[in-house]
Structures are given as C-alpha cells and as structure tokens.
Design a protein around this ligand. Sequence first.
Ligand code: FAD
Length: 379
Amino acid sequence: MIQPPFTEEHEELRASVRGFLDRELAPHAQEWEADEWFPNEVFGKLAGQGLLGLKYPTELGGQGGDYLHEAVLIEELSRIGSGGTAAGIGAHNNIATPPIWKFGTDEQKQRYLAPAIRGEKIGALGITEPDAGSDVASLRTTATRVDGGFLVSGEKTYITNGVRADFIVTAVKTTLEGGHHGISFLIIDRGEGMSSSKLRKLGWNASDTATISFEEVFVGEDCLLGELNEGFKLIMANFQWERLAMALGATGAMALAYERTADYARERTAFGRPISKHQAIRHKLADLATQAYVGRCVTYDALRRFVAGEEPVKEVTMAKLYTQRTAYELMDACLQIHGGAGYMKEYWPERAARDARLGPIGGGSDEIMREILGRLLGL
Ligand SMILES: Cc1cc2nc3c(=O)[nH]c(=O)nc-3n(C[C@H](O)[C@H](O)[C@H](O)COP(=O)(O)OP(=O)(O)OC[C@H]3O[C@@H](n4cnc5c(N)ncnc54)[C@H](O)[C@@H]3O)c2cc1C
C-alpha cells in the first residue's frame, strides 16, 4: 500500500465530496459534454458545500483547510466523467484564485476572492496568447499607463472559463523590455472593450475554452496584482500547484479507469471465457494497474513535499510529466479493451481518452517539463 498523505479527516471529506459529486454532477456529465457547457450554477452548488474555499482562510469565507483538502476534491472531480467540468472548476480553484490569495491586497481579496469562494464570481487565468504559449516571456498584451490605471490591448487564447469568467487574472506587458522582466498581472473585470469567443476542441467539451480580446480596456491601479513588472514570479509560483493538481487529476482518473476496465474484462466473454483470462488482456491490465500505481506514488511524493513546505520543483515536474502522458496511453488501452463499445459515445472510455489528451499539452507541455528537468539535472 502507498502511504497516502491524507489523514482520517481528509478521508471523511472524501466520502462526503464523493457522495455530493455522485448526486449533483456525475449524472449530468454526458448531457454537459453534448451541450459543450456546464451550467454556472455548479459553482453555487459547490460553494454551498464549502468546496470553492477548502484551502482558504475562514475570514474570507473559506474552510480554513490545507492543500490536502483541495487535493481530495481534485481527485474526486476526476471521477465525475466530465474532464471539461472538472477543468472549469479547477481553473477557478487551482489557477485563477490562488494568485489573489498569495499576492493580492486585503481589498482585492474582499473584492474578488471572497465572492469567488461564495460562488458569486467566476475566475479565469489569462496567460497564453496566439504567439506566446510555452514561451511565456514573449507575450504581447500591453498595459499602458494612463491616469489612475492602465489601458489594456491584446489577445489571450485557450483560456479556460474564458466565456463565463467574471474576472480574468491577466498577464500583461508593462514595459517594452523583452524577456521575463516587465510582465505584470492585472485582475480584469469583464466589461467594455472585452470580447470572448468560444473555441471548439477535441476533449474537455463541457468547459468554455476561449479567445479573449481586449481593446483599450481601462483597468484601475487598484487591480494591479503583486508588484509591477514582477509578474513572472507569480507565474512561477502558480505553476507548482497547477501541475500538481493536474497530476492528482490524472491519478484519480487512471485509478477509476483501471477499476472499470478490469470489471468489464471480467464480465465480457470472447472465445468461451472472460477476456481477462486471455493472456494478452490480462497482461495489459497488469501493466495498467502498475502505471496507475506508479503515477499515484510519484504524485503523492510530490504532494507530501509540497505540503511540507519544500519547493519540490523536480518532483512536481516529474509527476506532471509522468502522469499526463501515461493517463492518455492508459485511457487508450482501456478503450481498446472495451472493443467497439469503447468507441461509442454512450460509454465512458472514448470521452476519457479525448479528455486525457490535453494533459501532455496544458499547464506546460511534456517538452517543457523535460526542459525544466534537463536544467535541474544539470544536463
Ligand atoms: C483546453 C486548453 C485549456 C487551456 N487553458 C488555459 C488557461 O486557462 N489559461 C492559460 O493561460 N492557458 C491555457 N491553455 C494554454 C496552454 O497552457 C498552452 O496551450 C500550452 O502552454 C502550450 O502552448 P502553445 O499551445 O502556444 O504551444 P507552443 O508553445 O506553440 O508549442 C508547440 C509545440 O512545440 C513544443 N515546444 C515549445 N517550446 C519548446 C522547446 N523549447 N523545446 C521543445 N519543444 C518545444 C511544445 O511542447 C509543443 O509541442 C490551455 C490550453 C488548452 C488546449
């Protein structure tokens, strides 16, 4: 058995979260995928259970918990059968609100984080641009100083919650200097001068991934998040939890997919016996169980270190790299074991395989993870 980093209290939370998600979200997974949208009310329902503020302080309406409480929620969300819904909630909880908590002023926390915890305001994180993805430093959205604030012009793309978000934690250039220097963050309210257009995609269909355009949008000085020109620090600080969250999501999804596929293989017969008794399938399932287990081990190790206050960049990067590609390959293998049923929309494997394909791209691609590891390993 892996020594999970969770206490009994975290496991109690898991039981209640699983019950809630099984009742309120999982039954709608298929419908929301077909609609290419999950209702905004989902945020209100989660907030009603305290699930948008697990790690945030009680003074702001949070539950006063820790990252392990949040980790439980992430693992459980990966079981609802809708990568898109989990992604929309994850963008709000794991990447848009944490920088406000860490870098925001008290006033910004009251204005954005507290209503986000109550489910009244939905957040998004806007970093990627049409010409700046992996190479974050080359972003071009500019914020020009004017009386009382900034005028923002430019375009963000592939932004999760990009249509529905009430505020976007946005990376902008505040100097003409190239490179990492001169990036700042602004919290931008949806409003005049902003427009969003939803993008169609392979998976994560229930989520609204969008291009957002800013045309001379006025943003007040009080919306500057963190220090001027020091936004790169914020990006780096955010990445560790985002990547760990992705690893946790993949870990939960792999465990569930293995369990379901093993059950299917025990029941489905071909040539007079359950397909699990054919050695090719039995060995494949043994490999899948091993991959799911290894993924969980590296992820929990990184999580334990992260929660202990280390800066486990190497372990988090390895966990992200290993789990994302592995999850996609595992889902494809599960689809194969389901035969024709695996290819049908009415069963889970085809959606799980499509949803898993994002992992090696988003939150820093496999190649970027290898670049980081190459540096850390002194190569
Ligand atoms: C569904 C979805 C949701 C997303 N949500 C968000 C969001 O909420 N907010 C946000 O800001 N962004 C979001 N993204 C953007 C995501 O983070 C980027 O797509 C990702 O970082 C890759 O950037 P890119 O697409 O510009 O690819 P590019 O950077 O153009 O890379 C193209 C290819 O080149 C490779 N490559 C690039 N540099 C190197 C190198 N140095 N060495 C080797 N290979 C390299 C990449 O790995 C990739 O395979 C989302 C993307 C998707 C698809």
